[in-house]
Design a protein around this ligand. Structure first.
Ligand code: SAM
Length: 312
């Protein structure tokens, strides 16, 4: 099993995200997903001495990396927390409605995926953990040991869009009666054996691992909560920039922006002007994807989709 290799994270859509995010150089900005600080560093480069960045990460390793890498940076505050608590942290600092930009670069970082001890990957054998925040919550192994078969099947179907969810859930439950499933390689093996139709260029456990990771970290619930709070946290003219890595995330972001760009939905007969519809967001530009050049350098960028909106 691997240990704590010093793995870096190659930031996706670095220039594009920061260009859209930073429109004034003395503002208060939030990097809600610090990771290894690629975006944070670039934001700080753009800001003047009175600009500020509040960075969040729920992963204690990411927070430790932030504290050592930016120890001398007085414009940066790092918070160990889920980003769903962003509004609370912003309120405590008396900057509610005063924030110039919020960046969400969703999903997992390369250090999380590549370190076997984090238990995210079927490529590296390690303890079946999958928590981004290793200080709290249930590990994937604990969940797999106790979840009902139909709940496992539901998770694989909903979050992994896995065709063989039921078959895989049955195999997991059969296996755990023999022997607890406590490692990534054991889980990958059980799922692989239960998958009768392997997709090209895709490990047969890819979808199932993604599904369990999303469930264990409540990734979609976190996203829905933080998006709602951005409407209160951002100031008028403030920017929301979100980079998603799979269709479930991107759908939530797209629908959120669309809903608040439309404003109140009233029957056509109600005599009301467009500017009275309580619109809260304006989409900026089209969906942005990584260039071919970036994808050739960093395969993770292939599935990245960036959306930008401005608070009205
Ligand atoms: C893709 S990485 C971000 C990489 C970063 N932009 C960079 O350039 O290094 C996503 C990071 O967000 C963190 N994260 C994901 N969901 C989170 C949540 N709900 N609350 C706080 N942090 C979260 C993960 O722990 C991970 O470190």
């Amino acid at each position: 099993m691997g240990g704590y290799a010093a793995v870096n994270h190659e930031t996706v859509l670095l220039d594009e995200a920061v260009q859209y995010l930073v429109f004034e150089k003395s503002g208060y900005y939030i990097d809600a997903t610090f990771g290894r600080g690629g975006h944070t560093e670039k934001i700080l480069e753009q800001l003047l001495i009175d600009g500020k960045v509040l960075a969040f990460d729920r992963d204690p390793q990411a927070v430790a990396a932030a504290q050592s890498r930016f120890a001398q940076e007085e414009r940066l505050t790092v918070i160990h927390s889920e980003f769903s608590k962003l509004e609370h942290e912003v309120s405590r600092r008396h900057i509610l409605g005063k924030v110039s930009g919020i960046l969400l670069d969703l999903g997992v970082s390369s250090p999380q995926l590549d370190q076997a001890c984090r238990g995210f990957s079927f490529l590296h054998d390690g303890p079946l953990d999958m928590r981004m925040d290793t200080s709290t919550g249930q590990t994937a192994a604990e969940w797999i040991a106790s979840a009902k078969q139909e709940d496992i099947a539901r998770v694989l179907k909903e979050y992994g869009e896995e065709r063989f969810a039921k078959r895989m859930a049955a195999a997991i439950v059969r296996e755990r009666l023999q022997c607890p499933i406590t490692t990534t390689s054991k889980l990958a093996e059980v799922i692989k054996d239960a998958n009768p139709a392997w997709e090209q260029h895709k490990h047969p456990a890819t979808r199932a691992f993604q599904a369990i990771r999303i469930f264990i970290n409540d990734e979609l619930g976190e996203l829905e909560k933080v998006l709602e709070s951005t409407l209160r946290v951002l100031k008028s003219g403030g920017r929301l920039v979100v980079i998603s890595f799979h269709s479930l995330e991107d759908r939530i972001v797209k629908q959120f922006i669309r809903k608040h760009a439309k404003g109140d939905i009233l029957p056509a007969s109600v005599p009301i002007r467009d500017n009275q519809l309580n619109k809260k967001l304006k989409p900026i530009g089209k969906v942005i994807k990584a260039s071919e050049e970036e994808v050739s350098r960093n395969v993770r960028a292939r599935s990245a989709v960036m959306r930008v909106a401005e608070k009205l």
